[in-house]
Each structure stands twice: as structure tokens, then as C-alpha cells.
Design a protein. Structure first.
Lengths: 374, 507
């Protein structure tokens, strides 16, 4: 049992410190590679070490704030941040977050779902939204990849059907975003912004929703969507860090340990995006998301039992919860390992400078010619 | 098996020496003149190439291709003959051909100037004065030709095994010495030298086929052969050519495998004037080699600074000069064998291109006149750039105006191309690891260690500040401190990890 300090902060041993660094490293690889996904892994990971849920969330948000600030600066230098789009998204997303808080309050749960044990009603509601929305995102990504494979395309591009349909509607006023080089109706922007904020406030994973929404609904290039989302995360993270620190929930030691791992991992993840082909990135991303969804779905019978909708022995709860946790960690760890493996392979290939695309062999010719030459 | 390569200036007796050696040895003789005739029959425009190289400081893309074709033809023909047995070759710079083959004997020859003038006067039916003037001009032109074709000084003694001065030595004696030298074990074929000869031959044959086939003749291809494996590298923006390469090389004798490779990515380098000797060039090459990138050159002539004398180029209101006006700079001033024009300045593009070709990093070139919109027009459809480097621009302006206009140009290109754009000054600090980066790494590493040690050796007061009694009294101070501290630490340690990974080329 950990000794608790002032404000319910835990005593950090060397072993637990190393585990937090490892959590940060894996979270960093995931967020560098797929643009989001650090929080879903790091927060429950810290809670497993005995860190109180709120402190885990607060420390992670503070960590995310600094990381997003540094990352968005790099993205801005690369021309991947559309500040105007971020401003519109931020304004509308805040409304969505507020709506999420009201709905969650109705279910007597509160607004955060990073594994914090809240009311069964809220948990069920959050899990269902999580499963439905993220399944839709993952299936949509996989369908795109399979379609492009069928068409024999070399590189799969995101489907622009929704974006094209909405742009044909031409609902005034239409706003032009110069960096993203796209035009979006204010109404579409508001609906998506509010929905994104609502989902971020409900299931706590803004990036999983914001990035695909910008790509598929607004038609924003992938790099700009990631950069803009990270820019948004600066403000949300800053606000979160300030609020939680004011309440005394931020354990700066955990934040610092997370940095040790994540700031190395994120560079490896970003490097992976540069050297691994886009189709592979989306396959890995969608599979990680599907595993997360599966982890959430496994926990649903427990909430149904707690609400009296299902007749099940309470002793089974522990098995469902353990399996759910197993899949959550499996998705993070296996995802990070697969990415790391690809990064190492690509790094070794890159060391050879050039990539062989096409090899045609004509066996036997060389021996004949060598004999002639001799 | 020995290859004797005799080189000399016009009317120095190289043909006579070759014939004398042939009489002693019975080996076949091949002259540059014979090769040039064969090259002309194949459609290689040697005359245009010679005029252009002698008259212009740089080369157009077309002429660089012509030069590569000419060299490939010389190499392939010489290799074919040399693979059949001993060979005597004589020409202007034969000693520079078949580089690296150890069983060639590189022979230089010089004769007294008076003798050369006399022989020239007789051969061309000129007065001695005119012959002397002609010879002086010819020597100068041939010197330039050798420098452009082979990129070395043709008279450099480091490139010869033997050098004869015929002032006091007769041709017969010189041939005798040559004959004895050629018999030495040092100049006999070895398995390694035969392999190199085969590789050179295969590479040259492949280049010839690719350069003469209409499907591939416009592509910027690098060809390399090793032990029967032909590797053809093309820039990413010409990936459509990859499908034709195996077809063109399908029946190439001696080729057991064809590898079509693509440079991993493209760096676009925009600059007003290019100089291969400049610091910018070195930095971009280092980056291209680290990233496996091809470098695409774009010479941007700012509005109102187009070369004088070309109609329409000086008008600020008319930037739409189009390909033809700007292409004049690319043509090296020469259109064909019969109509050589006066050369125009290509802004160092040709020389820079040659350097890039040499190290296998050339990804294409353009010249545009006007603003950033012209750059975008030209690179449309070129695919993705990993980096756009804005080099030295607006050179005629003052420092402040230059800085401001370069920044505006970079911003405009970045917004439209959706690619990272960087100025040459920023290049070193952003992407390369130098002394400054090493100092930053050490400084920030020390600072990071200090912060971590301070926090983890004083956990109680830190936690008191974060959520204990101190926090209860100074909530705002604690909240603001945490909010400021977090990004600061992220920046400091983020820089450390970024620079550390950069050392091992993960960037």
C-alpha cells in the first residue's frame, strides 16, 4: 500500500517511477504515430499503480498541455496549423463540452471517463457512446483502405464523400480556411464542433473524434488536421491544467515522469509517420481503436447488471473488468510494439538510403557474360 | 590484357605513337575521331555539345543529358573493344575514360610547340602565324572541354601513369618504352579490373538504351551496375517512368537483375543564383544524404530582376514570361549544331546540377521568373516535398528588405504547398547537428537533470506546494506555477530528446 502525502499524492518508488516512464513512452509513441490516444492508455495505467483517478487525469492533462504546446509549435513551423479553424472549433467545442457535462450530470456521473469509477448509469452511457462512435471511425477507416485495395491504388486517401456532399449543399455563410485550403459552412462547423466537444466531454478522447471529423467532414489534409487538433489541445490542456492545479489535483512528479517517456516516444512516433506508408498507419490506428472499443464493450455487462437490466452473478464483475483492462493495455502495448517495429525496420531501410521498388531478375545471364569477358 | 590510352593536344603525335605501338605489338588501334563519327551516326550532337561547353559557363538540362549520352557511348564502345583483348586508344582525354580500371596504361604526350605549329600549318594549309593563333585557341577550348566533360584538369599529372615529351625522344623509342611498360604485371587484367570493366560496360549500355528510348529519354535517371545488377534511380516526381525502365532494359546483355529505385523524397531548393561551392549547397547535400532525398533546383528570378536583353522580362507588370523566355537560360545559348547562339547566364544551375548528378541526388531543375505563384505553377503535380529550402533571394535589395521579402515568400509557399519551408539560415539550426546543437543539447540536458534532481530530492515541499497547506493559502500561485512549469519542462526535455535522436538520424 502506498503512503499518501498531502492532497492524496502517492509515494513513488523507483519501480513505479519506471512504470510511469514506460506508460509515457508507450503513450508518446501512440500519440506521435496516430495523432491521439495517449490519454486512454496512460490514465488507467497510472490508476493501476494506485494513483487516484482525479490525480491521474489531472497529471495527464498537465502533461498533455506541455506536450501539445511543444508539438503544435513544431506543426506550426511545418505549416500544419490552421489557427482560424482551431478558433472556430474551440468556440463550438466548448459548447459541446458543456452539453456533455449536463447530460453526464443527468446520469449522475460527471464529465470524465478516463476509467474513473463513476455511477453505473454514466458508465454505461459513456461506454455505449464510446463503442458506437469509435467503431464507426475505425470501420470507416478500414473500409477506405479495403476499397482502395480493390481499386488497385498504391496509396489510400481518406474518403472525401461526406466533405464533398456538404460542400455541394453550400449553406451560407461559408468560411474559407486558408491553411487547410478548404471551405466549410458555418452551420456544418457548428454541428461538428459541438458534436466533437460533446464527445470529447463525454468519452474524454477529443483527438480520436476531432481529427477524423476534420479529415472526413471538412476535407482537411491529414497533417493539417493533426496539427490543428494539437493546437486545440494546447488551449483545452492549458485550461484543464490550470483548473486542476487550482484544485490541488496535479501531481507534478507524475507529469515529469510521463515527460521522460513520452517526449522520446512521440519523436519515434512522428518519425514513424514519415517513414511508414499511410495505409499502414491507418490500419494500425483503426485496429488499436477497435481493441479499445472491444475493451469497453466487455465492461458493458457489468454496468447492465449494476443497473438491474441483466441477471448476472456479481462475482463475475472482476473477470469482466480484468478482461476489459487486459484488452485496453493489449491495444496500447501491441500497438506501440508494432509501430516501434515498423520504425526500426524503416530506419534500417532508410540507412540504405534508397528503397527498391521494382526488381526484375534474369537468371543465368551473368555467368554467360562473365565467361565471355574472361 | 592491357588497354593503352594515349592523350595529347592537337598535332602532338599521338596518332603516330599509337600506330608505332600497334606495329610493335599487333594490337588494334581506336581513335577518338572514329568514336565521334560513330556517335554522330547514333544521333549524338557532339558539335552542339562542344560549342555549348566551350562558350557557356553552365549547361542546360538538355546538354547535360547530351553529355551523359556521349560519355555513356564512349565508355560502352571502349569497354566492348577492350573486353575482346588488348587495345590502343588515342584521343584528347583518353586517360580519363574507364576510371578505376587498373589494367589501362594512361599515357600523356607533349611535343615542342614549334613542331605542332608547323604540323598544324601543313595540315590546315595556314600561315605559321594563323596556325599559332588557331592552336592557342584550340588548346584553350580543348582544356575547357575536358574540364566540363570530366570535371578535372586534363594536364594534371596525377591522372597519368607515363608522360612522354617528344622534344628529345623519337616516336619509335617512345613506342618501345610503352611496349615494355604495357607488359608489366601492374598493367595486366585482374578479376577485379575485369569485373569493373563489365560493370562500366553494363552501366553505360543501360544509360545508352534509356537515353535513346523515347519513353525514358526525358527522365533524370541515375544508373549504376554491379555484378550484373543494374540499379536505376529516379526522382519521386517521375515515378511514372519506373514502369518503362524494365521494358527498355529487358534484353540488355549481361544484366541479370534490374532494380528500379526511387529517391525516398524530394527537397525543393529555391534560390536566385546557385553556387556548388557555397555553404548552402553543402548543408542541403548533407540533408539529402541523410534523408535519401533527391534535390530539385528552382532558380527564381524575382519580378523586375530578369536578365536584361530579353524582351518582356524587365516589365514588373508582366510576370507571365512563360517557359520559352525563361528557357533561354536553360538552353545554354546553343540550339543546334548549325546555329550556336550567344550564351546566357543560367545562374549556376548547370554546375550545381552536375554536382548533384555526380552524387546521385539530382531531382530536376526549373527556372521561373516572377513571384511565388510561378513556383507553384511550375511544381504543380510534382508530388510531395519533404522540405522546401528558400536560399539566397532578392540579392539586389538591402538586408532588411531581403529578409522581409524572403520571409513573405517562404510563408506564401508554405501556405500553398503544405510543405515545411525553411530559409537557408534556419536550415542548419533546424535539421542538421552542429556545434551549436551540441552545446544546446548539453545545456538543456544539464538543466533537465537539475530540475528532476531538485524535484525528486524535495518531494515533501513540492507536494505541499501542489496540494498541501501551502497550496491552501496560495492556490492561484500554485496553479499558475504548475501551468507555466509544465510547458517549460516539456520544451527543455523535448529539445534534449529531439537532439539526442537527431544524432542517430531519427528526425
Amino acid at each position: 500500500m502506498h503512503e499518501l502525502f498531502a492532497g492524496n499524492f502517492i509515494d513513488i518508488s523507483l519501480a513505479s517511477a519506471l512504470q510511469v516512464v514506460l506508460l509515457g513512452f508507450i503513450g508518446g509513441i501512440l500519440s506521435g504515430f496516430i495523432g491521439s490516444g495517449g490519454a486512454f492508455f496512460m490514465t488507467p495505467g497510472m490508476m493501476n499503480l494506485g494513483v487516484d483517478g482525479v490525480i491521474a487525469v489531472a497529471s495527464n492533462i498537465t502533461h498533455k498541455f506541455g506536450k501539445a504546446l511543444v508539438g503544435s509549435r513544431k506543426h506550426a513551423a511545418a505549416g500544419n496549423v490552421d489557427k482560424k479553424l482551431a478558433a472556430f472549433m474551440l468556440g463550438t467545442a466548448l459548447i459541446g463540452v458543456q452539453i456533455a457535462v449536463w447530460i453526464n450530470s443527468y446520469f449522475k456521473g460527471g464529465g470524465d471517463s478516463h476509467g474513473v469509477d463513476q455511477g453505473a448509469g454514466a458508465n454505461l452511457y459513456i461506454s455505449l457512446v464510446f463503442a458506437v462512435i469509435l467503431s464507426a471511425v475505425a470501420v470507416s477507416m478500414l473500409r477506405d483502405i479495403l476499397k482502395s485495395k480493390g481499386n488497385g491504388e498504391a496509396v489510400a486517401g481518406p474518403s472525401m464523400k461526406i466533405a464533398e456532399y456538404l460542400s455541394r449543399l453550400n449553406l451560407p455563410p461559408v468560411i474559407h480556411f486558408s491553411v487547410a485550403d478548404t471551405k466549410v459552412s458555418l452551420w456544418v462547423l457548428m454541428v461538428v464542433g459541438v458534436a466533437t466537444g460533446y464527445l470529447a466531454g463525454t468519452i474524454g478522447v477529443g483527438g480520436f473524434i476531432g481529427v477524423p471529423a476534420m479529415i472526413y467532414v471538412f476535407g482537411v489534409p491529414t497533417a493539417v488536421a493533426t496539427g490543428t487538433e494539437l493546437f486545440l489541445a494546447v488551449f483545452m490542456g492549458g485550461y484543464g491544467a490550470l483548473s486542476y492545479a487550482y484544485l490541488g489535483f496535479v501531481d507534478l512528479r507524475l507529469t515529469m515522469l510521463l515527460y521522460l517517456g513520452s517526449l522520446v516516444g512521440i519523436h519515434l512516433g512522428v518519425y514513424g509517420v514519415k517513414v511508414v506508408n499511410e495505409k499502414y498507419i491507418r490500419v494500425v490506428t483503426s485496429l488499436i481503436i477497435l481493441l479499445c472499443v472491444f475493451s469497453r464493450v466487455i465492461a458493458i455487462p457489468v454496468y447492465l447488471r449494476q443497473l438491474g437490466y441483466m441477471n448476472m452473478d456479481a462475482g463475475w464483475d472482476v473477470y469482466f473488468n480484468t478482461t476489459s483492462k487486459f484488452f485496453l493495455f493489449a491495444s496500447g502495448i501491441s500497438g506501440a510494439l508494432v509501430i516501434l517495429m515498423q520504425v526500426v525496420r524503416a530506419y534500417r531501410q532508410r540507412r540504405q538510403i534508397q528503397k527498391t521498388l521494382l526488381v526484375i531478375r534474369k537468371p543465368g545471364l551473368i555467368s554467360t557474360e562473365s565467361a565471355k569477358a574472361a | 590484357m592491357t588497354i593503352v590510352m594515349i592523350s595529347s593536344m592537337y598535332q602532338s603525335g599521338r596518332e603516330e605513337l599509337a600506330q608505332a605501338l600497334a606495329r610493335k605489338t599487333g594490337w588494334p588501334v581506336l581513335s577518338r575521331e572514329e568514336l565521334v563519327d560513330e556517335a554522330r551516326k547514333l544521333g549524338i550532337k557532339i558539335g552542339r555539345l562542344e560549342v555549348a561547353m566551350i562558350k557557356t559557363p553552365g549547361l542546360s538540362e538538355k546538354l547535360v543529358r547530351e553529355k551523359e549520352l556521349y560519355l555513356a557511348f564512349l565508355t560502352a564502345t571502349l569497354c566492348e573493344k577492350a573486353r575482346q583483348g588488348n587495345l590502343i586508344y588515342h584521343g584528347r582525354a583518353g586517360h580519363l575514360l574507364l576510371p578505376g580500371v587498373s589494367h589501362r596504361l594512361r599515357v600523356g604526350l607533349t611535343a615542342p610547340r614549334e613542331n605542332r605549329i608547323k604540323r598544324t600549318a601543313q595540315a590546315l594549309n595556314l600561315t605559321p602565324d594563323k596556325a599559332e593563333t588557331y592552336l592557342a585557341q584550340l588548346d584553350e577550348d580543348v582544356g575547357k572541354w575536358i574540364r566540363y566533360i570530366h570535371r578535372v584538369d586534363g594536364r594534371d599529372p596525377n591522372h597519368f601513369d607515363l608522360f612522354f615529351n617528344l622534344e628529345n625522344m623519337g616516336l619509335s623509342n617512345a613506342a618501345g618504352i610503352l611496349c615494355a611498360t604495357a607488359e608489366l604485371p601492374d598493367f595486366q587484367a585482374t578479376p577485379a579490373s575485369l569485373k569493373l570493366l563489365n560493370d562500366l560496360n553494363l552501366s553505360a549500355q543501360a544509360k545508352l538504351r534509356l537515353a535513346l528510348d523515347e519513353r525514358t529519354l526525358q527522365a533524370d535517371l541515375q544508373v549504376h551496375a554491379d555484378n550484373g545488377v543494374v540499379t536505376v534511380t529516379y526522382p519521386p516526381n517521375q515515378d511514372q517512368v519506373s514502369q518503362y525502365i524494365p521494358q527498355v532494359l529487358a534484353e540488355l546483355p549481361g544484366c541479370r537483375e534490374i532494380q528500379c529505385t526511387m529517391a525516398e523524397t524530394n527537397i525543393l531548393w529555391v534560390q536566385e543564383r546557385f553556387e556548388p561551392e557555397s555553404g548552402n549547397f553543402g548543408q542541403i547535400i548533407r540533408l539529402a544524404q541523410r534523408w535519401g532525398a533527391a534535390v530539385e533546383l528552382m532558380r527564381l528570378i524575382p519580378p523586375g530582376e530578369a536578365p536584361a536583353g530579353v524582351e518582356g522580362l524587365n516589365s514588373e507588370s508582366d510576370y507571365s514570361y512563360g517557359r520559352r523566355d525563361c528557357a533561354l537560360a536553360d538552353d545554354g545559348g546553343v540550339q543546334d549544331d548549325d546555329d550556336p547562339q550567344t550564351a546566357t547566364d543560367d545562374g549556376g544551375l548547370g554546375r550545381t546540377e552536375e554536382e548533384l548528378v555526380d552524387i546521385g541526388r539530382f531531382g530536376g531543375r526549373h527556372t521561373v521568373c516572377g513571384g511565388y505563384d510561378k513556383i507553384l505553377e511550375r511544381v504543380q503535380g510534382s508530388g510531395r516535398y519533404t522540405l522546401v529550402v528558400i536560399g539566397d533571394m532578392f540579392m539586389s535589395k538591402g538586408h532588411s528588405a531581403r529578409t522581409r521579402q524572403t520571409r513573405e515568400l517562404a510563408l506564401n509557399i508554405r501556405d500553398r504547398l503544405k510543405a515545411p519551408v525553411i530559409t537557408a539560415d534556419e536550415l542548419k539550426s533546424h535539421f542538421l547537428f552542429g556545434k551549436r546543437q551540441a552545446a544546446t543539447l548539453l545545456g538543456y540536458l544539464a538543466l533537465s537533470i537539475l530540475i528532476y534532481v531538485l524535484v525528486f530530492t524535495n518531494q515533501k515541499p513540492v507536494l505541499d506546494f501542489l496540494g498541501g497547506p501551502f497550496h491552501q493559502n496560495f492556490k492561484v500561485v500554485a496553479a499558475v506555477t504548475v501551468t507555466l512549469f509544465s510547458p517549460l519542462l516539456a520544451y527543455v526535455f523535448g529539445t534534449v530528446s529531439e537532439l539526442a535522436l537527431k544524432i542517430i538520424n531519427v528526425d
